[in-house]
Design a protein around this ligand. Structure first.
Ligand code: BJW
Length: 306
């Protein structure tokens, strides 16, 4: 059964079919049904910490151990997570439409590269730079936190990245074999104790041998990757018109990412918002000719893009 109003679906699909220049702006809601938490609202707390407060250079300076525990946990969760139907539907669209550019704010390595991925590992490995822009970096890039060192390593999937960041387990009796089986503890839950980690436990830069490594993500107050911004800008400027922007599972509150909605609109794009929460529309609001599809992106997108 359809999860979106039939009339809206038809008018959206009619526009999609004739669109040649299409943007998608992705946010954490896209991966929510793969089990990865969002930043704001329910799920936005990690232990007692607001997730957005941990995503800052200041938090890393003050307590690199805690910030690494947060990111190591998220690396682990992202490696275990399976892409959902929305990821696959986006991958399929980017295979079909040459003029489709995906702007992802997500750092989980899950979004939509063509050709159609066959496994989560392929999905992560095949990021084609030309059709997918990772605005906020990736959990699987690591770089040196020393200002004077430029060390960057892409696609580091080592989990845990150092032994001290292993997810703690509880040992319990496996009833059938009576062997000890270990069960991972959920360290997002504040009642699960985690050790205090300091410099000596944390990953060091192999180049300068001094600086701590840090996740290759973009924290508040930091610039987005220059090449990603330049390429996106080139794509926007290349032609006078953009046909459509889909705003998927994002609260569209973080700039400059959220600003791409208005940039696209200024070039004639119609806006399609896919979100659980009907209040989470970009600051510019909904205009005539826009669509709002409310619900789980993993259910709605496959239907919209079918
Ligand atoms: C579902 C669903 C389901 C749930 N299906 N939907 C202009 C004005 C004001 C401030 C600024 C400005 N320009 C720059 C700033 C400062 C700042 C900023 O934007 N602040 C705002 C908060 C006001 N921006 C920056 O600092 C940026 N840098 C920058 O601009 O550099 C230049 C500069 C420097 C210094 C001064 C001035 C300029 C950098 C921003 C980096 C953001 N980084 C993070 C962390 C990345 C690493 C990590 O993952 O840990 O990026 S913060 C966090 O927010 C993360 C996300 O990518 C980003 C966006 O969040 P998202 O994806 O929208 O998640 P949620 O949780 O907010 O929303 C989820 C949505 O899904 C909700 O709507 C749900 O309803 C929905 N949902 N389940 C469909 N199943």
């Amino acid at each position: 059964p359809s999860v979106v109003p039939q009339q809206d679906l038809e008018s959206f699909q009619e526009h999609l079919n004739k669109s040649t220049r299409i943007l998608a702006l992705l946010g954490a809601g896209l991966s929510a049904s793969s089990g990865l938490p969002t930043f704001r609202g329910a799920g936005g707390l990690w232990r007692t910490h607001d997730a957005t407060q941990l995503a800052t250079p200041e938090a890393f300076s003050a307590d690199p151990g805690l910030v690494w525990q947060f990111y190591s946990y998220r690396r682990h969760m992202a490696l275990k997570a399976k892409p959902n139907h929305a990821h696959y539907a986006l991958a399929e669209l980017s295979r079909k439409k040459e003029g489709f550019l995906t702007l992802s704010q997500n750092v989980d390595g899950k979004p939509s590269p063509p050709p159609m991925p066959v496994s989560p590992a392929d999905l992560r490995a095949n990021h084609p730079e030309e059709s997918l822009k990772l605005l906020h970096g990736s959990l699987f890039d690591v770089k040196c936190s020393d200002f004077f060192c430029n060390y960057l390593e892409k696609n580091n999937y080592t989990d845990p990245i150092v032994p001290a960041l292993a997810i703690p387990t509880s040992e319990e009796d496996a009833t059938t074999t009576s062997a000890l089986a270990s069960r991972e503890l959920d360290i997002a839950d504040e009642s699960v104790p985690i050790p205090e980690l300091s410099y000596k436990h944390l990953p060091k830069c192999p180049k300068c041998k001094r600086g701590l490594l840090r996740p290759g993500v973009v924290w508040f107050g930091e610039m987005l990757p220059e090449k990603v911004l330049d390429d996106t800008e080139d794509w926007i400027q290349r032609e006078s018109k953009i046909d459509l922007i889909m705003v998927i599972g994002t609260s569209a509150k973080v700039y400059p990412a959220a600003g791409f909605v208005d940039r696209a609109r200024a070039k004639g794009a119609r806006v399609a918002i896919i979100n659980m929460d009907k209040n989470d529309v970009p600051a510019s609001g909904l205009a005539k000719g826009d669509w709002f599809f409310q619900g789980d992106a993993a259910l709605i997108l496959p239907e919209m893009l079918s």
